[in-house]
Design a protein around this ligand. Structure first.
Ligand SMILES: *Cc1c(COP(=O)(O)O)cnc(C)c1O
Length: 465
């Protein structure tokens, strides 16, 4: 048996083991190693304004590579189906404790493999196939798992979709009408491309008029909620879900959280709502948990509890506000009139579309994504809008004045690009080179954390055009 004193604290064996693994990979599989290194280089030398991206700290990455991954641990702490779970149990309890603290939650389940699974799990815990739910339409900013016809949620349940009003704001009035008309068992809220604040209390009030559960999927704004910069759904909703890799800067994974309704009785009259979640995650939906990911969630939560995270979250907001203003000043139609979070959604100039804008910007190492906007007549793969997000820029330390520079770069590209057929475009070489050079300068001045020095051997290999 390993004694806790043995090698604990100096990290010697584990640290060497991880380092040896990297060395072995490099020696034994140079082809794969080179691809991974090129990808790393690409991330260093591109300016990601993709709203669904964050960035993982190398300490989080180290956790995901640790040998704790070898433990099969079906069940929950203190109640596993296998031996050898002593430290895994402690790690899971630590992740739960930290997540509760970060979000002010009464109950947290840290096992969901991703936000999509977390949503399916919440639905399976309290709904029966055929039940009626309300969800936000996919093309209005909802997520696939909120009842889209192409997703399991849309196949299992009878879905009525709400969306945005003419001003691009969530149409709560319509939500209330749909609730009264269809008597749903659940209202799903939370969005992927909505720049404005969500009124969770109002949604709960609507749900209460018909006795529906509220599922708030806050994947996009979880970091702002953790920092107290967006109203929290933890007590307003019955269930709150999030992924851990977008605005929480953690590993790929999900969480299910509950506030004041954790101990409320469920419809069967026997178990509480949180007990139903507990058995819905395992054994109903999942098998053995990804214990290394749970450990990485604990690390990510630890970082969220650090006061430095509040500064990062404030920078996310300040950057998005500055970006919305800078684009508005340059004549762009910013949807929703601005932003309350990390997202800025704008209409592309008339002669372009989202697809061409995305491709032309990528040619200059600026990453964005095409996105439908309210009333869009184009399909999602072309779209009339561009969605920007400031999570990664804030992580790099870029601030509001750099957002002005970024808006200039975007504007330069969108003015210069000449649209062709089917997403093809022409961009003047001089413009491309000038914008890319400016992007690379920004990336070097604002490196990813713990990754400062440019590596001369790889610069240009696959990132310059
Ligand atoms: C990204 C996203 C998801 C999916 O997260 P995964 O962890 O990739 O499953 C779910 N809901 C919303 C609102 C999202 O933005």
């Amino acid at each position: 048996m390993v004694s806790p004193e043995h090698n604990a604290g100096d990290g010697g064996h584990l640290g060497r083991y991880l380092g040896n693994g990297v060395g072995a990979l490099r020696r034994e599989d140079p082809d794969l190693y080179r691809l991974l290194e090129l990808e790393h280089e690409r991330q260093r030398e591109t300016l990601s304004l993709v709203a669904s991206c964050g960035g993982t700290d190398p300490s989080v990455l180290a956790v995901t590579g640790a040998s704790i991954v070898n433990v099969t641990a079906e069940g929950y702490p203190g109640n596993r189906y296998h031996a050898g779970c002593r430290y895994v149990d402690e790690v899971e309890l630590l992740a739960i404790e930290r997540a509760k603290q970060v979000f002010g939650a009464q109950y947290v389940n840290v096992q969901p493999h991703c936000a999509s699974f977390a949503n399916h799990t919440v639905m399976q815990s309290v709904l029966d196939p055929g039940d009626t739910i309300l969800g936000m339409a996919l093309d209005q900013g909802g997520h696939l798992t909120h009842g889209s016809p192409v997703n399991l949620s849309g196949k299992l349940f009878t879905v009525h979709a709400y969306g945005l009003d003419d001003d691009g704001l969530i149409d709560y009035g319509r939500m209330a009408e749909l609730a009264a008309e269809h008597q749903p068992k659940m209202i799903v809220c939370g969005t992927t491309s909505y720049p404005r604040a969500i009124d969770f209390d109002r949604i709960r009030a609507i749900a209460d008029t018909v006795g529906a559960y509220v599922l708030a999927d806050v994947t996009h704004i979880a970091g702002l909620i953790a920092a107290g910069l967006h109203a929290s759904p933890i007590d307003a909703a019955h269930f709150t879900t999030t992924c851990t890799f977008k605005q929480l800067y953690g590993p790929r994974g999900g969480l299910i959280m509950m506030g004041r309704d954790a101990d409320a009785p469920s419809a069967d009259g026997k178990r509480t709502l949180s007990q139903r979640i507990q058995s819905a995650v395992f054994p109903m939906m999942q098998g053995s948990p990804e214990v290394h990911t749970i450990a990485a969630k604990a690390r990510a939560m630890g970082r969220l509890l650090d006061p430095a995270f509040r500064e990062l979250a404030e920078r996310i907001l300040a950057n998005a506000t500055a970006m919305a203003k800078a684009l508005t000043t340059r004549g762009y139609d910013v949807i929703g009139g601005g932003t309350d979070n990390h997202i800025v959604l704008f209409r592309t100039p008339e002669r372009l579309n989202g697809l061409i804008a995305e491709r032309a910007l990528e040619a200059c190492d600026i990453l964005v994504n095409k996105n439908k906007i309210p009333g869009d007549t184009r399909s999602a793969v072309v779209a009339s809008g561009v969605r920007l997000g400031t999570n990664t820029a804030a992580l790099r330390g870029l601030g509001p004045s750099e957002m002005d520079t970024c808006a200039d770069l975007l504007d330069t590209v969108l003015h210069a690009v000449e649209p062709g057929e089917r997403g093809a475009f022409h961009l003047d070489d001089a413009v491309r080179a000038q914008v890319a050079a400016e992007v690379h300068r920004l990336c070097r001045d604002f490196p990813l954390p713990y990754d400062p020095a440019p590596s001369a051997d790889l610069v240009g290999a696959g990132t310059e055009h």
